[in-house]
Write a protein that binds this ligand. Sequence first.
Ligand SMILES: NC(=O)c1ccc[n+]([C@@H]2O[C@H](COP(=O)([O-])OP(=O)(O)OC[C@H]3O[C@@H](n4cnc5c(N)ncnc54)[C@H](O)[C@@H]3O)[C@@H](O)[C@H]2O)c1
Length: 254
Amino acid sequence: MRLGIIGCGAIGTDVAAAADTMKDIEKIYLHDINPTASKKLCSMLKKASIQPVEDFLKNVDVVFEAASQQAVNQYAAMVLDAGKDIIIMSIGSLFDDTLRKKLENTARKHHRKIYLPSGAVCGIDGVLAASIEKLDSVTLVTTKSPASLGKSVEERTVVFKGNARDAVKQFPKNINVAACLSLAGVGFDETKVEIVADPVETRINHKILAHGRFGRLRAEVENMPNPNNPQSSYMASLSAIATLRRVLDPLQIA
Ligand SMILES: NC(=O)c1ccc[n+]([C@@H]2O[C@H](COP(=O)([O-])OP(=O)(O)OC[C@H]3O[C@@H](n4cnc5c(N)ncnc54)[C@H](O)[C@@H]3O)[C@@H](O)[C@H]2O)c1
């Protein structure tokens, strides 16, 4: 299989390094808006070369996006229209209902898939299954250090309480986690979000709480930052690599 990567930052680098060691991946094409980033990554890999997306598209089977919402706007429909699958990390872009519906329709038309890794959160599988039946409530509680939320508080303080759609407007850096949970469960308007600034917190803590006919779910992860980008949880890279494996492997843990 041949893989195209858009975005050679922290996550793109982790995924490319993993793909470089995978037997099933023959070739990796890299693109970044910043040529220094793609050159640096290319020099670390055995199977990679640098090409614009428009050029590598005809040669790849799947495209991995780890760039930005703007890149999703720019390339996702093009990738699907070319008859290729896409893995999207900048899931926050799918808050845009018009864009999301357009991508879903294009994928359907070409019998392609849009993969959305669970990223920095855990428990998405449970929420997805539970949403088949009635889900009464889904809540995301994100706790970070005050500095990483741009706050200076001396005690545990709830800085946001509302739905996912409004959370994204006020705290765009939590957008991917809230978007993934919303899409898996009860949507952007019904998903509740609480963002907490806690001086005791040294990691990035995400807790999912869900109630419904299935029972009760509580999933919590304490994420270490990615060494190459402290804004990204390392778990997001691992989840991306696991999704790529899922695309390749005959054995599927769903
Ligand atoms: N789903 C999740 O849980 C999750 C978690 C962390 C990050 N993310 C998202 O994944 C994306 C990548 O994260 P990262 O930590 O690797 O970021 P990063 O800043 O380390 O790397 C992003 C790279 O993409 C490049 N880029 C930006 N816009 C581009 C464009 N239009 N075309 C081509 N290249 C472009 C940048 O030059 C940079 O090299 C971000 O959008 C981030 O919000 C998702």
